[in-house]
Design a protein around this ligand. Structure first.
Ligand SMILES: C[S@@+](CC[C@H](N)C(=O)[O-])C[C@H]1O[C@@H](n2cnc3c(N)ncnc32)[C@H](O)[C@@H]1O
Length: 364
């Protein structure tokens, strides 16, 4: 057997890059938590001492943190003169991604998901060995707020400005006053974003995870939306119909693929729709075949699917045979459409998309 040493070296370098990203990812998680990126945003060049002052962090550790950020290209370094004392800058473009929760490209919240994944590595190893499920609520608690921050960015950027307007006749109904269900709502980011945009409509968020429902209720109360939005613990296949009718819109945001029986969940959505109602299904944008998804986003989503989505579905009794109803985080449009058809939706179409997300509209 001859080994191509150039390829070995090239691949070893690739793995070094991955290990560096994993180690440095912890520092990004810490930087987000301690407000280091926020303190650097818009501040221009800062010396180590200036940043330490602004953040009440220890300069010796901060020196190493800044060096790691500079080596990773997250901040730029301007060397000082002979006396040392260089400066570090977080460019505005990087601040949009790392420091501003409200920016349409904010990503730093997702490092908390990685933190929870590392903490749960033994649990994941057990699941891989035994085939046992892991319920969404059984993970390291950093997962839940991080998931909200990860997905909120896309909802804030597109949900009410692009996705709902892309649905046939739905925006008008919401403006006039409609009943909406947000199934698998988690901390309710999508629910409250819609409620703010459509004050004449009523919103009901449902999730199987009681701690997420508690967090969603608190967020709605803080936002002054408690009269317009309610949150209840319910499984997707048993959500209650609204008093005196059906929902004009039932939404699934990045959750149908997590469910043990997605067909039963979609069937229940169909059953509780009002006449002329619509289902909005938001899922990670994936191609239908594995070979279509072999890129960094696919890598991220398959990794999350191994640790979160698939084990949750299995914990809910999801089928464990390949091709069964346990969809995984990269289900693809064809498989999702099949699920919706099987659940009773005659009309399914892709209504919108972003680089990360596909938006399907389903009507009976
Ligand atoms: C990836 S999180 C997405 C949460 C939220 N929709 C968001 O976008 O931030 C998936 C959510 O689906 C919920 N979930 C999973 N299976 C469920 C089921 N069978 N019924 C209701 N909720 C479920 C989980 O508890 C979790 O909150």
């Amino acid at each position: 057997m001859t080994v191509d040493m150039a390829r070995v070296e090239q691949f070893a370098n690739q793995v070094i890059g991955d290990i560096a990203a994993a180690e440095a990812g912890v520092l990004s998680y810490v930087g987000d938590r301690l407000g280091l990126y926020r303190a650097m945003a818009g501040a221009g060049p800062l010396t180590l001492a200036e940043l330490a002052d602004r953040t009440t962090t220890h300069p010796r550790y901060l020196q190493e943190w800044l060096a790691a950020q500079a080596a990773g290209g997250y901040v730029t370094y301007q060397p000082g003169g002979n006396g040392g004392g260089g400066t570090f800058t977080l460019p505005d473009e990087h601040a949009a991604v790392l420091a501003d929760d409200a920016s349409p490209v904010f990503l730093a919240g997702a490092f908390g998901m990685a933190a929870s994944s590392w903490a749960d590595a033994d649990v994941t190893a057990d699941a891989l060995r035994t085939g046992a499920g892991i319920g969404w609520g059984d993970h390291d608690p950093r997962l839940y707020p991080a998931t909200e921050r990860f997905f909120r960015t896309g909802y804030a950027a597109s949900l009410t400005s692009e996705w709902i307007p892309a649905l046939d006749g739905v925006e008008d109904k919401l403006v006039r006053g409609a009943q909406v269900a947000d199934v698998g709502c988690g901390h309710g980011a999508s629910t409250t974003i819609m409620a703010r945009a459509f004050p004449a409509s009523s919103f009901a968020g449902f999730d199987v995870h009681d701690a997420s429902i508690d967090a969603a209720r608190t967020a709605a109360a803080t936002a002054g939306l408690s009269d317009q939005v309610r949150f209840d613990v319910a499984t997707a296949d048993a959500i209650p119909a609204p008093a005196g009718g059906g929902y004009d819109l039932v939404c699934f945001f990045d959750c149908l693929h997590d469910m043990g029986d997605p067909v039963a969940a979609a069937r229940r959505a169909c059953a509780v729709l009002a006449e002329g109602g619509t289902v909005l299904l938001v899922e990670p944008r994936a191609g239908d075949r594995l070979e279509d998804n072999l890129h960094p986003l696919g890598r991220l989503m398959y990794a999350a699917s191994t640790q979160l989505c698939t084990p949750n579905a299995v914990a809910q009794g999801g089928e464990t045979v390949p091709g069964g109803r346990t969809l995984g985080g990269q289900a693809g449009e064809a498989r999702l459409t099949e699920v919706l058809h099987e659940a009773g939706f005659g009309r399914v179409r892709r209504a919108a998309e972003t680089p990360f997300t596909m938006v399907l509209e389903a009507r009976p």
